[in-house]
Structures are given as C-alpha cells and as structure tokens.
Ligand binder design. Sequence first.
Ligand SMILES: Cc1cc2nc3c(=O)[nH]c(=O)nc-3n(C[C@H](O)[C@H](O)[C@H](O)COP(=O)(O)O)c2cc1C
Length: 164
Amino acid sequence: MKSIIVYYSLTGNVDYVARKIAEKLDSDILPLSVLNAYPDKGFKKFYWGGKSAVMKESPELNEYKFDKDKYDLVILGTPVWAGTFTPPLRTFIRDNDLKCKDLSFFACCSGAGTMRCINNLKHEIGIDKETINLELVDPKDKNDDYVCQKIDEYCKKIKEAYEK
Ligand SMILES: Cc1cc2nc3c(=O)[nH]c(=O)nc-3n(C[C@H](O)[C@H](O)[C@H](O)COP(=O)(O)O)c2cc1C
C-alpha cells in the first residue's frame, strides 16, 4: 500500500504528526507552503490566519509535485483554524480532484473542533463516506504516551484496512 501525507502546518504540530505517521506507514510526505506566509507568532498569527479561514480564502501555494495516481491512499492533515480546515488545504483541494481517491484525515487543535474541521474538509472535497481519522490536541510539545498511542492506533487501522 503506497500512501502520501499532504498537510499544512504553521507551528509544527501537524508536521510532527505527519512525520510520525510517515515513519510508521512508510508514506511519502507533501508539506504545503504558501507563497505569502502567514504570521506564526502573537496576535497577528490568530488575526490573519483566522480571517483567511473565515473568508474561505485559497492562498497561492508554493510549487509542489503531486501525482495522485501513484498512491492507494491520500492522507490529508490540517490544524483547526476558526473551527475549520486551513486555507492552504482549500487551495490544494481546488487544484486536485480527490473525490475518487481513498482518503484519510487528521487534524490538530488546541481546544476542540477537529471532527467538524474534518467533516468540512470532506464536504469541500465532495465525499460523505466513512473515513479513518485521527484527532489530536497540540501534540508536538506533549510527545507523550497518549499521543504516541493514538498515532499507533490510527496507523494500525489503516494497515488493517489495506491488508484485507
Ligand atoms: C489562526 C488560528 C486559528 C485557530 N483556531 C482554532 C480553533 O478554532 N479551535 C482550536 O481548538 N484551535 C485553534 N487554533 C489552534 C491550532 O489549531 C492548534 O494549535 C494546532 O495544533 C496548530 O497546528 P500547527 O502547529 O501544525 O500549525 C488556531 C490556531 C491559529 C493559528
């Protein structure tokens, strides 16, 4: 089973999870980055990122290579911004039709709203089928047993689904 993890991360949590999953599933990774980077500190971080998410912006992404036909599974990862997925994912989804691919999702937040975020992402892609998902709260600095266990369980579910 060949998989790729496509994700956006501003402050490292989603990146941390993506790399852990990639190790376990031997996945390729595609970190998305935006041409005009969002501020990553202080009030500006929340203001500009939050506004961009609420306004449903599709910021221009730096160039990337993605050949969806190479993969059995595409895993999409995002932080929760203003209760939903991040704008760079919106651009990626707009530019790549993923409706017919096998998809899985993970989202990181600092409070709540991961499932709503994932459902919004699925709605934007145009799918409503059940998917294997992973939800975490600011996992990077915790690096604790609970986080590792949740990542392990998620990867195990994916492996089982594809070994059938
Ligand atoms: C602009 C912005 C909006 C956010 N909105 C939410 C939110 O609505 N709910 C929440 O629980 N966390 C929210 N967060 C916190 C992030 O989702 C959380 O810290 C996440 O782990 C960050 O992932 P990253 O380090 O990969 O960027 C927000 C963070 C930013 C920067």
